[in-house]
Every structure is written in structure tokens, then in C-alpha cells.
Ligand binder design. Structure first.
Ligand SMILES: Nc1nc2c(ncn2[C@@H]2O[C@H](COP(=O)(O)OP(=O)(O)OP(=O)(O)O)[C@@H](O)[C@H]2O)c(=O)[nH]1
Length: 296
């Protein structure tokens, strides 16, 4: 090790006095635990530089503060501790600290009918900030689902009716002939378009929250939509999925309203905003809807 004192440039005064909104590090790789799963999160951590004359902050202190989270369950007390470390290690320099973790949490999900299950990755982001006004923590998750267009379904039904009238011109129709016809390709002459869709749900946590409600948020969203994308699928599961889609025809507006109602029931939320994106197979562009409650 070098025996000489090391130059400390950050401790010098700057010739360009100016406070800075945010200084820190972005993209630190950190193994954490979230919703009982091991996750490698990408972490941004920083503070404001309110001392206009100070040259720099102490990056290493922020890095060490984030290390507290390694292999630990990510919850509100852990996040608060890191923010507190950031501020207490930057007294005189900084009035606010922020911590952001993003990654993908793998959750085991059962098949609809068969006894199978599989893993689904849910992108998440946790954003926390502490400043003179207090603490704000937000949890964001992305949920993938299928949406079948209700208008397209109605148009397809009309074509099926027309085909029926064509194939059975007599008013008196034979039951077994109709049954056979319903099981043939003529019986389903048109199909509605459906698309893989994404809901991005952003919750501001209520002040009494201890745990990050990752599972509660995802479960409530998937239940409200009724058509979450599946993992392991046998034909029985695929048939159940077809039924779920048929029973949950959705414009993007319908999906946004369903999710809004579901999120209003979550006691862990003091505010939220949400966005749904239907990657239309009808168009080369997306159908998008947004909603919020108590968000400012
Ligand atoms: N402030 C700042 N530091 C940087 C930057 N890029 C690299 N660093 C380095 O980050 C390292 C850690 O900084 P400090 O936390 O101040 O390190 P230290 O002085 O050994 O630690 P303390 O004694 O706790 O202050 C230093 O070697 C800096 O040169 C930058 O853009 N800004």
C-alpha cells in the first residue's frame, strides 16, 4: 500500500460554485432478495450536492451504503437505512438522497388447469427519496397479459352468423348438424385479433408500509385482467386461456379501468398511476391508456 497521503480532489473547493440536483452512481450490480426470490438488481444511488463550493461528493460512501442490501430482503426499513446512511455520510454537503433499484423478479406461477407451473419474470423498479419534506417510496411492476379486441370479436360473430345463415338456409335446422358445424372451420369463419399487452403499475407506498407489496400488486392486477400470460401450457391450459380471453374482451380503456379499480383496493397504496399498452396485431402501432389516483 502507498505510504504517502493520497490526494483527495473531492475535498477541494470548486472554482465554479454551483449546487447540483443529483450526484451519484448508476448501474451498480447488487444481489438482493425480493418477494422471496434472488434478484440481481441494477442500483442508482445519489445525493444532492447542496454545498455550492464543494468539489465533489464521496462516491465510496454511497457505494458502501448500498452494500447493506446485499442478499437481504428488500423492504422499507432496509431502504430507509440506506437513505439515512447516504445523508449522514454527507452532512454539510447534501440535503436529499435517492435510491433506485431495477431488475426482474422471477415468480412461480401455476398453469390454469394442468398441475404444471413455471417461472415468469416481472420487471420492477423501486424508487426512494428522502429530503427535507420526508420520505417517498414508489414501487413499479410490469405485468404481461393478453387482450382480445371486443370490437373485433363482435365483427367476427357477425361473420359467423352470416356464414350460419348461408350454410343453413332452412329455418328448421338439425341439432347434430349444427353441433358438427360449430366444431368445423366454417363454424369459426373469423377470429378476433388479440395482442400481448403490458400494464405498468406505479404505487406510492402508504406511510405504514413495511414490506414492498410486490406479490399483492401483481396478483391483484392479474386477477383484475383475467388473462395474464402463461408459463407451462398443455392443451387443457390453452383451452382455458382461450375461454378466459373470450370472457375478458378488452379495449385498452377497459384494461386501464379494471386496473384502476383493483389498485384502489390496495391498502399499501397512497397514490398510483398506471399505463397499459396493447401491442396491436391489427395495427403496427400500440393502443395505450393511462390512469392515476392521488398522483401529483
Ligand atoms: N466525487 C467524485 N468522485 C469520483 C468521480 N469519479 C471517480 N471518483 C472517485 O471515487 C473515489 C471515492 O471517493 P471518496 O468516497 O471521496 O473516497 P475517499 O476519499 O477515499 O473516502 P472518504 O475518506 O470516505 O471520503 C475517489 O477515488 C474518486 O476519485 C466523480 O465523478 N466524482
Amino acid at each position: 500500500m502507498n505510504e504517502q497521503p493520497l490526494p483527495d480532489i473531492a475535498a477541494q473547493a470548486t472554482h465554479h460554485e454551483l449546487p447540483l440536483d443529483w450526484v451519484g452512481m448508476a448501474g451498480i450490480a447488487l444481489p438482493i432478495r425480493l418477494a422471496d426470490a434472488a434478484v440481481t438488481a441494477s442500483v442508482d444511488i445519489g445525493v444532492s450536492l447542496d454545498d455550492a463550493g464543494a468539489r465533489g461528493i464521496h462516491m465510496s460512501r454511497l457505494y458502501l451504503a448500498a452494500q447493506r442490501l446485499v442478499h437481504q430482503p428488500l423492504n422499507v426499513p432496509a431502504v430507509l437505512q440506506v437513505l439515512d446512511d447516504c445523508l449522514s455520510s454527507h452532512q454539510e454537503l447534501s440535503d436529499s438522497a435517492t435510491l433506485t433499484l431495477r431488475g426482474e423478479v422471477p415468480l412461480k406461477r401455476p398453469a390454469l388447469v394442468s398441475p404444471l407451473n413455471g417461472w415468469k419474470g416481472y420487471p420492477f423498479e423501486v424508487r426512494a427519496r428522502q429530503d427535507g419534506r420526508g420520505v417517498n417510496i414508489e414501487l413499479q411492476v410490469e405485468v404481461g397479459y393478453s387482450s382480445t379486441c371486443p370490437c373485433s370479436a363482435a365483427l367476427a360473430r357477425q361473420l359467423i352468423q352470416q356464414r350460419f345463415a348461408w350454410d343453413f338456409p332452412d329455418q328448421q335446422v338439425d341439432y347434430s348438424s349444427v353441433l358438427d358445424w360449430l366444431g368445423s372451420t366454417q363454424g369459426i369463419v373469423a377470429t378476433p385479433h388479440s395482442q400481448r399487452s403490458t400494464a405498468t403499475l406505479q404505487l406510492r407506498l402508504a406511510p405504514d408500509c413495511i414490506e414492498l407489496p410486490v406479490l399483492a400488486l401483481i396478483d391483484s392486477a392479474e386477477h383484475a385482467l383475467g388473462t395474464p400470460v402463461q408459463t407451462a401450457v398443455k392443451r387443457a391450459d390453452e383451452q382455458a386461456f382461450a375461454l378466459a380471453n373470450g370472457q375478458n374482451l378488452m379495449f385498452c380503456e377497459d384494461a386501464a379501468r379494471r386496473l384502476h379499480r383493483a389498485l384502489r383496493q390496495l391498502p399499501q397504496a397512497s397514490a398510483f398511476r398506471l399505463k397499459v399498452v396493447h401491442a396491436e396485431s391489427l395495427h403496427a402501432h400500440d393502443a395505450v391508456a393511462e390512469s392515476s389516483w392521488n398522483w401529483c
